[in-house]
Write a protein that binds this ligand. Structure first.
Ligand code: GDX
Ligand code: MG
Length: 449
């Protein structure tokens, strides 16, 4: 039986209560858990309305505030990790959580954002039916507006494609999605991983995705055709923390290796409804202004010293007038590699700089591709990450073979033989041999050194 968790901070309580009721009345759900960021207004109002809702449902509905577990900003990561610990211990007395609430160990935990207006019981059913087929991780994926998900596309998908091109990670549809179901086996893996438990901020979704893949958990992505309608943000500035924390989480993983021998299935998608294709994800006019804000001399210096000159010139010119034509896909990849090598988490100049670089990238994509229609824009995004993945994969395979001592001349004839050998250096993993790790690799793979 399953536990459904809604992490929340400040949300519309009507939406939250409707979602809690949907979950509590689902036949597979044994209990519902609300984990609040603090005892804020939303928390207090939910508390007042829970007894009435509880009377209409047969399963326990528990609300709590998140524990301080991690080492970074107190955010959604602490909320989700609190839920994982609770899930493991809900059937027995526990010092942290008190008396047991259920009699048997819970088998699965589902997470859904509390602010989803299109949530319904089929989301739980789809995940449960997939879990019945013995997948460890079930992720929901959705059709999204072409201007939505710009952290997912420009940061996480680009990063996974660059750093782990042969693993399952570039294939994960929505690697930052907060809607997922995990088995007890998978939760055991996550809570015993220190990297996960310290990630108290927005980086938590990146860590769950990465660690599940690294541990070889079998994954399926189920499709939710109606899409995720949820509380909207205004300008891109609202995404400042999420951007920085999601990038920093990925940067922290860049030296990790990952094998890719787990199963990954993706349920097929369906035609995208007009409600999604016609939606604008962010306010363009408000975002143009962001390029001229919060400049310091040090940001200019960092640009001149570390980035290509056309990027430095283009971005600094934004102090007077917004520009974005310089930040095409190839330039973004160059900047991304500079950021991977040099970005300093916790340094306010670096935070502002990555934010402005990303805003110029999002505006460039919007003005060059989004205006040509939904399908064109989505194709451009897909091609961008596919190209990165392919180039990076080729570099990785080449470097690995060189490290193994294959001269380029014998590569072609050796290729088939190597593919059939299930050695510790599987071609379909991103693991480096120890000799490879010690070598400087030119170009795109300089992260491996
Ligand atoms: N307990 C707790 N503590 N919940 C939080 C906190 C926190 O500090 N901050 C946010 N939440 C809740 C929030 O109330 C909502 O239910 C959910 O987490 C997601 O937050 P929202 O502001 O709606 O995020 P948004 O913009 O929809 O973000 C999406 O991308 C995130 C990401 O990119 O990392 C969403 O899919 C998130 O689940 C995902 O983490
Ligand atoms: Mg939301």
């Amino acid at each position: 039986m399953a536990l459904v968790c809604f992490p929340f901070k400040k949300e519309d309580v009507d939406v939250v209560m409707r979602n809690v009721k949907t979950a509590a009345q689902h036949p597979r759900v044994r209990m519902v858990l609300l984990v609040g960021a603090s005892e804020n207004e939303t928390y207090v109002e939910i508390d007042a309305r829970l007894p009435a809702l509880g009377a209409q449902c047969d399963v326990p509905i528990v609300q709590m505030t998140q524990l301080r577990l991690g080492a970074l900003r107190e955010g959604k990561g602490d909320g989700m990790n609190t839920a994982l610990l609770y899930f493991l211990r809900a059937h027995e007395y526990d010092e942290l959580f008190g008396e047991p609430v259920v009699s048997e160990p819970l088998e699965r935990i589902h997470f859904y954002d509390a602010d989803i207006e299109s949530f319904n019981s089929s989301w739980i059913t789809k995940a449960e039916e997939a879990a019945d087929m013995e997948y460890d991780v079930i992720r929901h994926y959705f059709p999204r507006s072409s201007t939505d998900a710009q952290i997912t596309w420009q940061i996480t998908k680009v990063g996974f494609s660059l750093l782990f091109p042969l693993s399952v990670l570039p294939w994960v549809q929505q690697p930052l999605g907060g809607e997922l179901c995990l088995t007890r086996r998978c939760v055991d893996v996550l809570v015993s991983d220190e990297r996960v438990m310290r990630q108290s901020d927005w980086g938590i979704d990146t860590l769950y995705t990465f660690v599940c893949a690294q541990a070889g958990m079998n994954m399926i992505e189920v499709y939710v055709p109606e899409g995720k309608l949820h509380a909207l943000y205004g300008g891109l500035r609202d995404l400042f923390n999420m951007l920085i924390e999601c990038f920093a989480a990925l940067q922290g993983l860049q030296k990790c290796s990952i094998r890719a021998e787990s199963v990954h299935r993706i349920a097929s998608a369906e035609p995208v409804p007009n409600s999604v294709t016609s939606k604008i994800g962010y306010n363009i006019e408000k975002s143009l202004v962001l390029l001229s804000e919060n400049w310091t001399p040090r940001q200019e210096e960092l640009l001149h010293v570390l980035f290509p000159e056309r990027v430095a010139a283009g971005l600094i010119a934004c102090r007077d007038w917004p520009q974005y034509s310089f930040m095409d896909e190839a330039t973004w990849v160059e900047c991304y590699q500079v950021l991977l090598a040099n970005f300093e988490f916790g340094d306010s100049d670096w935070h502002e700089l990555i934010f402005k670089l990303w805003v110029s990238r999002v505006l460039n994509y919007t003005m060059r591709h989004v205006i040509r229609g939904y399908d064109t824009a989505m194709n451009e995004l897909r091609h961008m990450v596919q190209d990165i993945q392919q180039k990076s994969a080729i570099e990785l395979i080449k470097a690995r073979r060189e490290a193994q001592g294959c001269s380029p001349r014998v590569l072609a004839s050796e290729q088939d033989k190597m593919r059939r050998v299930p050695s510790e250096l599987s071609l379909f993993s991103d693991e480096y041999s120890s000799s490879f790790k010690t070598q400087a690799v030119p170009g795109i793979m300089n992260h491996a050194t």
